[in-house]
Design a protein around this ligand. Structure first.
Ligand code: KG4
Ligand code: ZN
Length: 350
């Protein structure tokens, strides 16, 4: 019988629980804290941790109820043990340890980034090895995925993540947050060639990326285009379209290089909020000679089904953690890769 796994996720501002049997998602519950942090312009770690403590039990309870199972039907409990905001990660790990202690169930600590990286296996049963691009508000990296335990980082951002750049550009242009969808909507009426923004790091070999210079270029373009202190909406649309085209071009060119580094990859998959962007998706699709996969958005953003899935794969490999499982604020997937300069400034959310 395929094992029944409970997944728990609380590494940033979403409290989530899910029950999976193999690729069957029997339930997935996500309780968002967006409203709690709205007034602060970002996630406040103490508020997040407290909210996780309040919501974890309820999320687990409703995930079990929706799946129609009890704790004693489970085969293991998988929990995000990092990376993330430490208070939130600790809350989840303590909740999972409590369940494991009370029931005797095996405990499996999961890397949150592995959750995103293995989602194409949950949704599309993609075979190893494959190439993965994680593009969110906090992360941007190309990964070669060889197994649930083996990841090689081929490159990543040396400063901002693309979602962060979309959010900052939206702010500069007076558009609402989250910036990505707002910039994409505004770009629909714009001319992507009206402003020629830089394509950072294309002159440098390899798959590393940079987005902070692009943001500065947008600031200059905006200041140069103000009419009586205001930005005409047609110019705003052109800036959005030009910025979006630059991000898409850079991601596509670096993806082309990453694909060359993985000649045996079975597929090229993306995950993270920025993967929702039509221009980015189209540009990525155009450079890949192998199948392109973009999981449904609900499974691209933070959720516990992806944690339960990694738990299932690790369970099958025999991984079991003890009550000494640590909660880790930082936990690179590729432990051998040198830390990225400046990456993960906003890093908790991946
Ligand atoms: O993966 P996600 O939901 O959360 C994390 O950051 O982990 O990604 C959110 C990010 C935000 O920065 C948001 O502006 C960006 O993804 N985003 C988009 C779009 N939708 C969301 N960026 C560009 N175009 C979009 N349509
Ligand atoms: Zn994430």
């Amino acid at each position: 019988m395929t094992p029944l796994i409970l997944g728990i996720e609380s590494s940033c501002d979403d409290t989530a629980a899910a029950v999976l049997r193999g690729r069957d998602i029997l339930s997935t519950v996500v309780s968002s804290q967006t409203d709690l942090h709205a007034d602060f312009g970002g996630v406040v770690p103490e508020i997040a941790a407290r909210a996780h403590v309040e919501k974890l039990d309820l999320c687990v309870e409703s995930a079990l109820a929706q799946a129609g199972v009890g704790l004693h039907d489970l085969d293991a409990v998988a929990v995000t043990a990092g990376p993330g905001l430490i208070g939130g990660v600790m809350s989840g790990v303590m909740c999972a340890k409590g369940i494991a202690a009370a029931t005797g169930l095996p405990l499996i600590g999961v890397n949150h980034l592995a959750g995103h990286a293995l989602t194409p296996r949950l949704t599309d049963n993609v075979a190893y090895p494959y190439l993965m691009l994680l593009v969110s508000g906090g992360h941007c990296q190309f990964l070669r995925v060889d197994s649930a335990e083996r990841f090689t980082r081929l490159g990543g951002t040396i400063d901002d993540a693309p979602g962060e750049a979309f959010d900052k550009v939206a702010k500069l242009l007076g558009l609402p947050q989250p910036g990505g969808p707002a910039v994409e909507a505004a770009a629909r009426d714009g001319d992507p060639t009206a402003f020629r923004f830089p394509r950072p790091l294309l002159d440098r070999d390899g798959c590393d990326l940079s987005f902070s210079g692009l943001k500065t270029a947008v600031l200059r373009a905006r200041d140069g285009a103000l009419v009586n202190g205001a930005l005409p909406s047609s110019v705003r649309a052109d800036i959005c379209a030009g910025f979006q085209a630059a991000v898409a071009d850079v991601l596509a060119e670096k993806a082309r290089r990453a694909l060359l580094l993985c000649p045996d990859a079975t597929a090229f998959a993306v995950a993270g909020g920025v993967a929702a962007n039509g221009a980015v998706r189209t540009a990525l699709e155009q450079v890949t000679p192998i199948p392109f996969l973009a999981p449904p958005l609900a499974l691209c953003t933070d959720n516990a089904a992806m944690i339960a899935w990694v738990g299932s794969e690790l369970f099958a490999l025999g991984r079991r953690d003890g009550m000494d499982l640590p909660a880790r604020p930082r936990w690179p997937l590729d432990e051998d890769a040198a830390p990225m300069l400046g990456s993960g400034k906003r890093g908790a959310k991946a």
